[in-house]
Design a protein around this ligand. Structure first.
Ligand code: GLY
Length: 410
């Protein structure tokens, strides 16, 4: 089925479904995108349910055309369960609830991961959404608090930051001379700490989150509003030793997803603290991205905004989805800019829902979106579907719908 035929048939199905309730109800493009997501993810679910021991957590498509299913300790293990919660929320389909619960339980061990910083993504996106939607603190809160404890083992008091990556003897990071590499992505893990304080009453997690946010605010950003990828600290003196990159094209370039983590992450920190400095940071980084001369007209950025081969460089759809979702939240805090931010996010969503980025039905490993990049410098997963692009796209659809309905943020 071509993409056009598929979108037409999904439109027809949405029309028939809604027509039963009301002939005058207009079909909006988000309904089509949601129905498309439901159908694509059904393909992923069917495979998992047929082979539950092997195919658990769809992550990306390998170059041989088969799916990669990540292990629980992979930083991406929370996105598929999280996407299931969003799909349930967007469709209201209750048959998805036990599946979302089952896939969340399957990543329980993520709460004990202490060898990298990504437990915020892993446990926040899975258990965090489970708790938000079910209110079941008995089942879901302990894993969030335990994961926060795990994350805090990586706090380095002299620098006031959570160390992102370990430095293994003889490994790449040691060769670079790093001692306490801390990446911009880490601001995305702070929501887990704020939630842990809310659930446990222990302010330790909140304080670690604020310390990390403050030092990141001070060290990670350039005067033009963009951010570095990696800051390496001296864990004893707390001084900055290096400002570099791992996934960008050069130390001074603007790695696209890093910018999106900063925009989204600092907006989240503002939600929990009410401290305007964090929101200002998110807005300044968004301004940088928005005004960058290499931003394409469809608003889906190249993998690095300064990549040398632009326009012949891959786009990164995951960046676009993260920016859209972050902007829908920023709309709530920036009344003067809300119209502008919403229009920008809506334009991203329009691009992502188009045949340029939404996969033909049954293709793309049943991931919703095409064309993301993990790491071009490492030659890993270039121009592929990624489960976190789908996750933030579904989240953005949900936030857009809530915003348009005037619902309070949850
Ligand atoms: N946090 C890893 C990445 O953004 O690729």
């Amino acid at each position: 089925m071509t993409n056009i035929v598929k979108i037409c048939s999904i439109t027809a199905m949405v029309f028939l479904l809604s027509g039963a309730a009301s002939c005058s109800k207009s079909i909006n493009s988000d309904d089509v995108a949601i129905e498309n997501a439901r159908q694509q993810m059904k393909g992923q679910i069917d495979l998992i349910e047929e082979h539950p021991d092997t195919f658990l957590n769809p992550t990306t498509l390998k170059s041989d055309g088969t799916l990669f299913y990540c292990p629980v300790d992979d930083w991406r293990s929370g996105f598929f369960p999280g996407a299931m919660w969003y799909l349930y929320e967007l469709t209201g389909d209750e048959s998805l609830l036990p599946l979302a619960a089952k896939y969340t339980k399957a990543v329980s061990d993520a709460q004990h991961v202490r060898f990298h910083h990504d437990v915020g993504f892993m446990v926040g996106c899975s258990f965090g959404n489970a708790l938000r939607l079910t209110g079941d603190t008995t089942t879901y809160a302990p894993a969030i608090v335990e994961a926060a404890k795990s994350l805090c083992t990586r706090f380095r008091p002299a620098a006031g930051v959570i160390q992102s990556w370990d430095v293994e003897p003889g490994g790449e990071r040691e060769k670079k001379g790093w001692r306490c590499p801390t990446i911009i992505d880490n601001v995305m893990n702070l929501e887990l700490l704020f939630e842990a304080t809310r659930l446990s009453g222990d302010s330790t997690y909140y304080n670690v989150a604020v310390s990390h946010a403050d030092r990141t605010l001070k060290e990670h950003f350039r005067p033009n509003g963009s951010c570095y990828h990696v800051i390496d600290y001296d864990p004893v003196s707390g001084d900055v030793r290096h400002r570099q990159t791992a996934q960008g094209c050069s130390d001074e370039s603007a790695w696209a997803r890093g910018q999106s983590w900063a925009i989204y992450g600092f907006t989240t920190v503002y939600r929990y603290t009410g401290d305007r400095r964090y929101l200002d940071r998110a807005e300044k980084t968004f301004d940088f991205v928005k005004n960058h001369p290499n931003m394409p007209s469809d608003l889906v950025p190249y993998w690095d905004l300064d990549a040398p081969g632009i326009p012949d460089e891959p786009r990164d759809v995951s960046t676009a989805a993260v920016i859209a979702s972050g902007l829908y939240e920023m709309c709530r805090y920036c009344p003067d800019k809300a119209k502008e931010y919403k229009a920008y996010a809506d334009n991203i969503m329009k691009s992502l829902a188009s045949a340029d980025y939404t996969a033909p039905f049954g293709e793309n490993g049943n991931f919703i979106l095409m064309h993301s990049v993990t790491s071009k410098p490492a030659n890993v997963e270039i121009d592929v579907p990624l489960n976190y692009a789908d996750y933030y796209y579904l989240e953005a659809l949900k936030r857009k719908r809530d915003l348009e309905a005037g619902k309070s943020f949850k």
